[in-house]
Design a protein around this ligand. Structure first.
Ligand SMILES: [Zn+2]
Length: 110
């Protein structure tokens, strides 16, 4: 869980923040990618996430534009995700670092 700032005095700002969080949760419940993390990719089995034209998150294998597998990475504690295809654990922070330009590919597996 994220820590909150302690002194947000403006009630209007607090209200706006609550509405924004609620809106983000609704979007996530609808399967819409809210861009609050990197798109995931499993180097073990090749399952990758992408976002379609409507903003919905999906997974595919092979070339971009392939059909949705219907599988979804499962979020775990500590910014980790479990691949639904092979069970590998992917660390989002490592993925973000590794997908930065000129970074070598590396992942952990449990
Ligand atoms: Zn996998």
């Amino acid at each position: 869980m994220r820590s909150r700032p302690k002194n947000i005095a403006d009630p209007e700002l607090r209200s706006l923040g609550r509405r924004l969080v609620a809106l983000q949760r609704r979007a996530e419940a609808l399967g819409i990618f809210t861009d609050d993390r990197e798109l995931l990719e499993c180097s073990d089995c090749g399952l990758k996430e992408d976002v379609d034209a409507t903003g919905r998150l999906f997974t595919y294998r092979g070339r971009p534009g392939s059909r949705d597998t219907g599988l979804r990475f499962a979020e775990q504690a500590g910014g980790r995700f479990r691949c639904p295809g092979c069970g590998a654990t992917i660390c989002e922070a490592e993925l973000a670092r590794l997908t930065a330009p000129e970074a070598p590919a590396k992942r952990r597996k449990k």
